[in-house]
Design a protein around this ligand. Structure first.
Ligand SMILES: Cc1cc2nc3c(=O)[nH]c(=O)nc-3n(C[C@H](O)[C@H](O)[C@H](O)COP(=O)(O)O)c2cc1C
Length: 254
């Protein structure tokens, strides 16, 4: 699977919430595992691992049942939620590109009999996946319910680059991201949360931003450029919190 194939999937993917409960073949599961194990990390020194569970080992308060779930476990270091969103979104795009349904599940947890730590790493979030009778792909981008480009950026001249990030999925479709700076140095921030919303969305917001960043990285690669990530603080618009900067370089190294 090439990054270009993942990029194309951004424009048609959708969440699938009804699954055919027949398990996938061992070969299909192996291909998904191999892909996940080779996903690009955003922050390479954060240790993470993927694991797979079946429905009997997953607790979800929402009535979504799937034959398989892929879980990301991580070290709890600065930026780990951003990194988890960035990595697991590559898997979400991969699943859609091989015609499998998938859905991020922010409320689901491994059941009690599953050990809380995996090789010392903590559970972060999971995706449900499997075959489905539902539509896996949207016909075109008019079928996405998303904010307009002017609501998520103040940058002139980067609409095409940012379109992929605009279409990213987020918890409750909240789309908490904002892009400022200029087309060569994009500052990414996330909405500051009220005290009421913070307990639920503080974690999800950071995962969401990692997902949008994954789409932005694929978009930069699609344009034949390289994304270099920089964590030195920059000014952000009022009401937003700085996450990171993406330098868009013309050559292949950062
Ligand atoms: C971090 C995260 C958590 C999510 N949690 C849930 C969930 O618990 N249940 C659910 O039905 N959808 C969940 N979603 C899916 C979103 O509702 C969905 O991505 C969003 O509404 C946009 O729709 P789309 O994915 O079809 O484009 C989650 C998405 C993200 C990114």
């Amino acid at each position: 699977m090439t990054n270009e194939e993942l990029y194309k999937t951004i424009f048609t993917r959708r969440s699938v919430r009804k699954y055919n409960m027949t398990p996938l073949t061992a070969q299909q599961l192996k291909e998904i595992k191999d892909f996940a194990d080779n996903a690009k990390p955003l922050i390479p020194d954060i240790k993470c691992e993927f694991s797979f569970l079946t429905d009997d080992k997953v607790k979800n308060i929402l009535p979504i049942k799937a034959p398989h779930y892929i879980l990301i476990y991580s070290e709890k270091k600065e930026g780990y939620l951003l990194n988890a969103g960035f990595m697991l979104q590559q898997v979400d795009l991969f699943l859609s590109s091989v015609n499998l349904g998938s859905c991020w599940l922010g409320m689901a947890k491994p059941s009690k009999e599953v050990p809380t730590l995996q090789n010392g790493l903590e559970f972060v979030i999971m995706l449900a996946f499997g075959n489905t009778q539902e539509k896996i792909h949207r016909a075109d981008t008019s079928e996405f319910k998303r904010k307009g480009i002017s609501e998520i950026t103040s940058i002139n001249g980067a609409n095409q680059l940012l379109e992929a990030a605009r279409l990213a999925p987020s918890a409750s479709n909240s789309q908490p991201w904002y892009f400022s700076g200029d087309p060569n140095e994009i500052i990414i921030s996330r909405e500051k949360l009220s005290l009421l919303k913070a307990p639920i969305y503080n974690k999800m917001n950071q995962i969401d931003t990692g997902i949008a960043l994954c789409h932005l990285w694929l978009s930069i690669e699609h344009q034949g450029k390289t994304a270099c990530f920089d964590y030195t603080n920059s000014n952000t618009p009022k009401g937003y919190e700085f996450m990171l900067k993406v330098k868009v370089e013309g050559d292949t190294s950062c």
